[in-house]
Design a protein around this ligand. Structure first.
Ligand code: SAM
Length: 236
């Protein structure tokens, strides 16, 4: 098979996640993440989304556009295995794949417009802002949901016992942004509850400060024992 199949994105994602760091590893772990899929060019027509509200969830097929240049290897250090053990690229959900294509199920929240284009509102996404969408399909529970399915590598969502607090500075700053970004506090809490630190950092006892970008804010936080403190929330 030496054929090439050229595809163009039909849409682009508007996401609160402005950088890769701290994006959850799979969809629906952070339900407070709301985004929009802006339909482009020939896909920007009402006909394409007629009856879409009949489905509660949608499959997104997208391009891992920000990691393409780093290429791929047959074996990958999966974060799920602690970042040290290698597994086959086709046996995990790494972004570095022979074809840099990702799939995510997200919740359908309605239709709207953005930049004068038709948009599909979604929540629970695990996608970077600007992600190109190749296709959108309805999630069909009777077929897509396999109750007896098992994954020994990823048996369940990783749980962390982290509790999250806000410094008094962060609380004041949060109050300022709450009206601008709906559910902002919940979004920050749910993202941090995933413990976004790199696997090798989770063993550190030091209080290293981290920064993550959500919407147009830089959020600084640190973890000490099992307590994560949001230190500050500043406009970028
Ligand atoms: N649910 C998808 C899948 O299984 O194909 C994505 C799984 S992948 C492990 C999730 C990670 O992809 C996120 O944590 C984020 O860091 C990264 N990511 C999201 N959008 C991306 C993009 N457009 N380009 C590169 N990496 C992206």
């Amino acid at each position: 098979m030496d054929k090439c199949y050229q595809m163009s994105p039909i849409a682009v994602v508007h996401s609160p996640y402005k950088e890769k760091f701290a994006i959850p590893r799979q969809p629906n772990l952070v339900t407070a993440a709301h985004g929009k899929i802006e339909l482009l060019l020939a896909a920007n027509q009402h006909e394409l989304v007629r009856d879409i509200e009949q489905h509660s969830h949608l499959w997104l097929v997208f391009v891992f556009h920000q990691t393409i240049e780093r290429g791929w290897k047959p074996l990958v250090k999966a974060p799920r295995l602690g970042g040290n053990v290698k597994t086959g690229v086709l046996a995990c959900r790494t972004t570095h794949r022979p074809n840099p294509i990702g799939i995510s199920v997200v919740k359908f929240q309605g239709l709207s417009t953005v930049n004068g284009h038709l948009a599909i509102d979604i929540s629970g996404l695990d996608l970077l802002d600007g992600t190109p969408i190749l296709d959108i399909k309805p999630y069909i529970p009777y077929s897509d949901c396999v109750p007896q399915a098992r994954s020994m590598m990823a048996p369940e969502a990783q749980k962390s016992s982290i509790s999250i607090t806000f410094s008094s500075t962060a609380q004041q700053q949060l109050a300022h942004y709450q009206s601008q970004y709906a559910n902002f506090e919940l979004l920050i809490r749910q993202v941090l509850a995933q413990d976004p630190r790199p696997a090798y950092r989770k063993r550190d006892l030091g209080q290293q400060e981290y920064g993550m970008r959500l919407y147009d804010c830089n959020i600084r936080w640190q973890i000490n024992a099992d307590i994560c403190t949001v230190v500050s929330i500043d406009s970028v």
